[in-house]
Design a binder for this molecule. Structure first.
Ligand code: NAP
Length: 286
């Protein structure tokens, strides 16, 4: 039997309905919309499209979002100054920094300049540390969306063998930590993993975030496994994931389509984090 598709669009739409209600409540309580600033350095076309999409989504959901566009030749100190201004701006609840930054900019210093309370993508050392320690945190949106999809489809996580392919700070590592927090037994794979297929075939839950089209095919998947494909790869055949969908569908029990799987969940998790950050700011006297 072919895999059941984990429908990110339909699941995100249900979350979006809740976000819209919470956005109205926030505006009633505080007389303004919860708001996000998206910092975009340089003129990468794909990033510009992505940022415009975020802003449109926020506006449609009853939230505010603005793009802060900075030139590609800006120096690190000037980016940090701009982030400092957003940190101090009481009208800004969340800051999303588009990564990767243009080469030559000190990414670590710039990321660390974001006020952790406004870090709605969980990239600062403070938020990443809270996640590691199991403390309440603003969790990176993409893995948060993956977990929400698993929950939406009642996938049992406790005690499951989970394998995550990819160890980036924004997807792989936080996904592994979230699965661990949900009591899965977690293995984290990367480019030095020996015999990747032997490891992935152990997985009841297989999460792939490598950025390599078709890295995982059906022969590397345990029959009946749940497969979350975070990959987004632009190919001649259009957007494809890291999982070869045709062969995976014949083996997996559940599979996220690309597009329409993990992607839509990411956007709605960003809205939830922005609302959570906004509520937390309003509680703390500054
Ligand atoms: P990244 O920073 O480039 O990290 C890729 C990771 O995959 C690295 O840890 C790398 O290992 C590992 N990897 C690469 N090739 C591998 C191979 N052949 N075998 C095993 N491991 C391999 O990428 P990222 O930012 O995490 O993004 C990953 C993918 O997710 C991309 O396609 C990106 O576009 C997509 N993405 C999707 C969403 C969404 O909303 N769905 C959001 C963010 C990103 P090493 O550490 O050893 O180099």
């Amino acid at each position: 039997m072919p895999a059941i598709l984990l429908d990110g669009r339909a699941t995100a739409a249900r979350y979006l309905a809740e976000v819209k209600e919470e956005a109205v409540r926030f505006e009633e309580d505080y007389g303004r919309k919860a708001s996000l600033a998206v910092v975009l350095v340089g003129d990468d076309q794909a990033s510009q499209v992505y940022v415009r999409r975020i802003i449109r989504g926020f506006t449609d959901a009853g939230l505010a979002a603005e793009a802060v566009a900075l030139p590609a030749d800006i120096d690190g100190a000037a980016v940090i100054d701009r982030i400092g201004a957003l940190n101090a701006d009481r009208g800004v609840d969340g800051i999303l920094l588009q990564l990767p930054l243009p080469k030559g900019l000190p990414t670590e210093a710039i990321v660390s300049a974001i006020d952790p309370d406004k870090d709605v993508d969980g990239v600062t050392p403070t938020q990443a540390g809270r996640l590691l320690l199991g403390q309440p945190a603003l969790v990176p949106n993409t893995p948060a969306g993956g977990m929400a999809l698993l929950q939406a489809y009642d996938i049992p996580i406790s005690g499951a063998e989970a394998v995550v392919v990819g160890r980036s700070a924004i997807v792989g590592k936080p996904m592994a930590l979230l699965l661990l927090a949900a009591n899965a037994t977690v293995t984290l794979c990367h480019t030095r993993t020996r015999d990747l297929g032997a490891v992935t075939r152990r997985a009841d839950i297989l999460c792939v975030a490598a950025g390599r089209a078709g890295l995982i095919d059906g022969s590397m998947i345990k029959p009946g496994a749940v497969v979350l494909d975070f990959g987004v790869n632009s190919t001649d055949a259009g957007l494809v994931g890291d999982v070869d969908a045709a062969s995976a569908r014949e083996v997996a029990g559940y599979l996220t389509p690309v597009p329409g799987g993990t992607g839509p969940m990411t956007n709605v998790m960003l809205m939830r984090n922005t609302l959570a950050a906004a509520r937390a700011h309003r509680r703390s006297p500054r």
